[in-house]
Design a binder for this molecule. Structure first.
Ligand SMILES: [Cu+2]
Length: 483
């Protein structure tokens, strides 16, 4: 081979070295499947599945079942026995799954050593079914029964829990998820995964901690459990495939704990959550979920095949001392199976067109100051406009009226504001996305304006801080909707 030929051969070899991987990459891309073409990995959600109740009613539009609140011994910490307060012996309680317009009949029995009730968080149901003893029903004493019977008017992710001694009872394990589907809702990619987040305060030997532990400081700061649970488990495993989307419905059922969720800063496409879908999607890399709040979003697994990670709880600034000296804590073991990555499907941007801003022309205005003080015994006493809920004078609203509530928080702690029975719109919403909510965070030293229209469900309704320790020491008010 002469010198010139050698030169050609070298050039050809270099070109080939450049082109072959290029061609290979192009072919590999052409061969990559889309998320729609593959299933989730086998047993992907096995560790996170929630039990569903046994339907006693043959009518497909009625779900009727027995629900018993009962103490059950469980192993939360390895090798330790805990007397958990449960619904039907499950932690969390059974998943209630309905369609818009379905009727729910729950034959509830209290087999606990204390009185209780069930509040159906976020549902726009009749006042008599709202589960607040002294206002909407009588207390359900140990051994007594009560039937909850109502029609579910709205789609969304909801949950249920006691409205009696709630900081203690929710802390002991009484909560369960509810999902109401709308068959007309916009189709979005992703297989559904319900993640009910909670925490529990346990002693080293696995006993439930005294719900008033920490005394005055516990009341003020709110009590965060030392054991983090996802669907009642410590560090469950989730399997996923890179690029194969999952639709997560996250519910914060903790008494006090705020959750900041992120996973390698991968985008979370928020669909809404509380009262079904929002008007359109918005995308975040990090999501704050406050007590009582729910989010519905599309998660795209970002990890390489055959690798593992951990979904963590990150400290959230909810006021004085809430992030100081605190580290991230583990929530879910995230296993990406060793199967080729797939190309994610597109998520539609517009989700629903039936939400318009409420007309607030001439709406009556109310100002609610969330307040913290001390009583004559020097115990923490919280309230609204300086009034403890035991002395609260109801806000009055006529059926059909629209009001604008300014919720002002001049305290050093954030307060998640929850209204029973009605949805509101936050005026000046995040990124202009319109959605219906029943729970929203009011960070320390800020205020929010909410518009709410009172439809024809008269009665006495509660609104309160969903840090349950705060509600217990008075941060709750009453709303009387008059016919
Ligand atoms: Cu609060």
């Amino acid at each position: 081979m002469n010198k010139r030929m050698q030169g050609f051969a070298l050039l050809a070899a270099r070109l080939a070295a450049l082109l072959v991987p290029l061609l290979w990459v192009t072919t590999a891309q052409a061969q990559q499947q889309t998320a729609a073409q593959v299933n989730q990995p086998d047993g992907w959600n096995a560790d996170l599945l929630l039990p569903e109740p046994q339907d006693l009613n043959a009518d497909p539009s009625i779900l009727e079942f027995n629900l018993e609140a009962v103490v059950k011994e469980m192993e939360i910490l390895p090798g330790k026995k805990t007397q958990v307060w449960t619904y039907n012996g499950y932690l969390p309680g059974p998943l209630i799954r309905l369609k818009v317009g379905d009727r729910l009949i729950v034959h509830f029995k209290n087999s606990l050593p204390a009185p209780t009730s069930i509040h159906w968080h976020g549902l726009r149901i009749t006042n008599a079914m709202d589960g607040v003893p002294g206002f909407t029903q009588a207390m359900i004493n140990p051994g007594e029964e009560f039937t909850y019977d109502y029609v579910v008017p709205d789609a969304g992710t909801f949950w249920y829990h006691p409205h009696v001694d709630s900081a203690a009872q929710v802390g002991y394990g009484l909560y369960g998820p509810m999902v109401v589907d709308d068959p007309q809702a916009k189709a979005v990619p992703g297989d559904e995964l319900i993640l009910l987040l909670s925490d529990m305060s346990l002693t080293e030997d696995g006993q439930l901690q005294d719900p008033k532990v920490g005394g005055r400081f516990g009341d003020l700061f709110g009590r965060e459990g030392n054991v983090l649970l996802v669907n009642g488990k410590v560090m469950p495993t989730l399997k996923m495939r890179q690029g194969k989307q999952q639709r997560w419905r996250v519910i914060n059922a903790a008494r006090t704990r705020y959750y900041t969720l992120r996973y390698r800063r991968s985008p979370l496409v928020i669909l809404g959550g509380q009262a079904g879908m929002a008007s359109r999607t918005r995308t975040v890399n990090e999501l704050k979920v406050v007590p009582g709040e729910r989010f519905d979003f599309v998660f795209t697994p970002p990890d390489d095949p055959g690798t593992e990670g951990v979904l963590k709880w990150y400290p959230t600034d909810r006021g004085y001392g809430s992030t100081y000296n605190r580290l991230a804590e583990d929530l879910v073991r995230m296993v990406t199976v060793d199967e080729p990555a797939v190309t994610p499907e597109a998520v539609p941007e517009l989700l629903r067109s039936d939400i318009a801003p409420l007309d607030i022309t001439g709406a009556k205005e109310q100002t609610l100051n969330l307040t913290i003080g001390y009583d004559q015994n020097d115990d923490v006493s919280m309230g609204i406009n300086g009034v403890h809920h035991e002395h609260a004078v109801p806000i009055i609203a006529k059926v059909g009226a629209t009001q604008v509530w300014t919720v002002r928080n001049d305290t050093d702690f954030s307060h998640p504001f929850h209204m029973h029975g009605f949805f509101f719109q936050v005026l000046d919403p995040v990124e202009g996305v319109l959605e219906w909510k029943d729970t929203v965070d009011v960070p320390q030293h800020t205020e929010l304006k909410l518009a709410v229209q009172f439809d024809n469900r008269p009665g006495m309704w509660m609104y309160h801080c969903h840090i349950l320790d705060h509600a217990e020491v008075g941060m709750m008010g009453h709303l009387h909707v008059e016919p």
